[in-house]
Design a protein around this ligand. Structure first.
Ligand SMILES: [Fe+2]
Ligand SMILES: [Fe+2]
Length: 362
C-alpha cells in the first residue's frame, strides 16, 4: 500500500483504505477500482492524497488516444491565439515573483506585499478579450504541476472571473482575487516531509495537514491585510451544509469571500491535467457539481459560476461520446451540463439522452 497524490492516480488503481470526508462520511470504499469519473469525484470532495494498492495497474491506451486530430483542436486554437501567448508569458513571470514573495513570508516572516502581487495578477486579466476566456487559458496552462504556488495563482484568477460574473464592484473583485491568491498560505508551514510522505500518515500528521487553514489565518494575523483575506484562508474548507473544517461552520457563518474561494479551489483541482489524460472537459466538471455540489457550496455563487462557464462554450464545436461531432447551440438552464448540440441537420438535446455526453471540445 502507498500514499499518493490524487494527481498521480490513474484508472485501474485500487483504493487500499476507505476514503472518508472530514466529517467521517465514506466517500470511497477500500477495494474500489478507480476510473476517470471516480478520480474526479475525489477532487470534488477535496481529497488530496489516497492510499492505493502497490500492484501497478495496466495502462490501457484507447484507440482514440492514438488517432491524430484531423483538424485543429479547440486546445490548439486557444494555444495559438496571441491572447494566450501573452497570458502564458505573464503567468510564468508572475509565478516566479509570487513564489519568491510567499517563501519569504513563510520562512522569514517578511511583510506580504498584497498590493504588488495583486497588481501583477490583475494585469494578466485586464486584456478584456472575449475569447479565449481566462478559464480557457488557465486550462491550457495546466501541466502536472501541483505546487501550492500554481494552485494559489490559479485560484486567484478563477476568483477574479467568478467575482466579475457575480457583478461585484471593482474593489470587491480585487478583494476576491486576493482572497484566492493567499487562501492556502498555511500550507507553506506544513513540513514537506508530511506532504510527500509515501507511507501511511499517523493521526497527528493527518491532523497537521488539516490545520493549514488555521496556520494560514495565524500567518495572516501578523500581516497588514483585510479581514476577508484572513477569513478566506481560515474558512475555504468550510461547506454550506456544515460538513467542512476546521470549525464546521455552515451557510452565512462562512465569509462570502471564503465561499467564492471554495468554488474556485475545487474547480481548479477538478480541471487539473492527469498523468493519463489532458485537462477534464468542462462539461464533465459541471455534471459532477450538479450531481453532488449544490448542498455543499453557496447555491447562488455556484449557479452563476456554472451558467457562465457553459455560456462561454456556446457556438463551440464538440464531440459526443458516440463520436458524433456538432456545435453547442443552446443551454439547458435546468441541466447545465447537458446543452443542445447541433449535429448536421439534427438537434440533439442531451437532457433527453442520459447515455450521451460531451466528450471533448474540438
Ligand atoms: Fe486549502
Ligand atoms: Fe486550495
Amino acid at each position: 500500500m502507498k500514499r499518493i497524490s490524487t494527481l498521480e492516480l490513474f484508472p485501474g488503481m485500487i483504493i487500499a483504505e476507505d476514503v472518508l470526508s472530514f466529517d467521517r462520511h465514506l466517500i470511497m470504499a477500500k477495494g474500489t477500482e478507480l476510473n476517470d469519473n471516480l478520480i474526479t469525484r475525489l477532487d470534488l470532495h477535496g481529497i488530496l492524497t489516497v492510499y492505493v494498492e502497490d500492484s501497478p495497474p495496466q495502462i490501457t491506451v484507447t484507440p482514440t488516444d492514438l488517432t491524430l486530430p484531423q483538424t485543429i483542436s479547440y486546445k490548439d486554437r486557444v494555444q495559438n491565439s496571441p491572447e494566450f501567448k501573452k497570458f502564458k508569458e505573464d503567468y510564468e513571470h508572475n509565478l516566479g515573483t509570487f513564489k519568491d514573495a510567499m517563501n519569504q513570508v513563510a520562512e522569514r516572516n517578511l511583510e506580504l506585499d498584497v498590493d504588488g502581487l495583486l497588481e501583477n495578477i490583475l494585469g494578466m486579466v485586464s486584456i478584456g478579450s472575449s475569447w479565449p476566456g481566462v478559464l480557457d487559458m488557465l486550462q491550457n496552462m495546466k501541466d502536472f504541476d501541483d505546487s501550492t504556488f500554481t494552485h494559489s495563482m490559479n485560484v486567484g484568477l478563477i476568483c477574479n472571473v467568478l467575482a466579475k460574473w457575480l457583478k461585484l464592484t471593482p474593489a470587491q473583485v480585487e478583494m476576491a482575487t486576493a482572497c484566492g491568491l493567499f487562501h492556502d498560505i498555511g500550507k507553506l508551514k506544513i513540513p514537506h516531509a508530511i506532504i510527500t510522505k509515501p507511507g501511511k500518515l499517523d493521526p497527528k500528521e493527518y491532523a497537521q495537514i488539516q490545520r493549514h487553514p488555521i496556520l494560514g489565518y495565524q500567518m495572516l494575523m501578523q500581516q497588514k491585510v483585510d479581514d476577508h483575506i484572513r477569513n478566506a484562508a481560515l474558512m475555504h474548507h468550510e461547506r454550506s451544509d456544515g460538513s467542512g473544517y476546521p470549525m464546521r461552520l455552515s451557510g452565512n457563518q462562512i465569509d462570502p469571500y471564503a465561499r467564492i474561494v471554495a468554488i474556485a479551489d475545487i474547480y481548479d483541482a477538478m480541471t487539473a491535467a492527469r498523468v493519463y489524460r489532458g485537462p477534464l472537459c468542462p462539461f464533465r466538471v459541471i455534471e459532477m457539481f450538479e450531481q453532488e455540489g449544490f448542498q455543499r457550496y453557496d447555491v447562488e455563487f455556484l449557479l452563476t459560476f456554472l451558467e457562465n462557464v457553459v455560456n462561454t462554450y456556446l457556438q463551440t464545436p464538440c464531440k459526443l461520446n458516440d463520436n458524433r461531432e456538432g456545435t453547442i447551440v443552446f443551454v439547458n438552464k435546468e441541466k447545465l451540463s447537458r446543452p443542445i448540440v447541433q449535429c448536421g441537420a439534427n438537434y440533439v438535446n442531451l437532457k433527453d439522452f442520459p447515455d450521451l455526453h460531451i466528450q471533448e471540445l474540438i
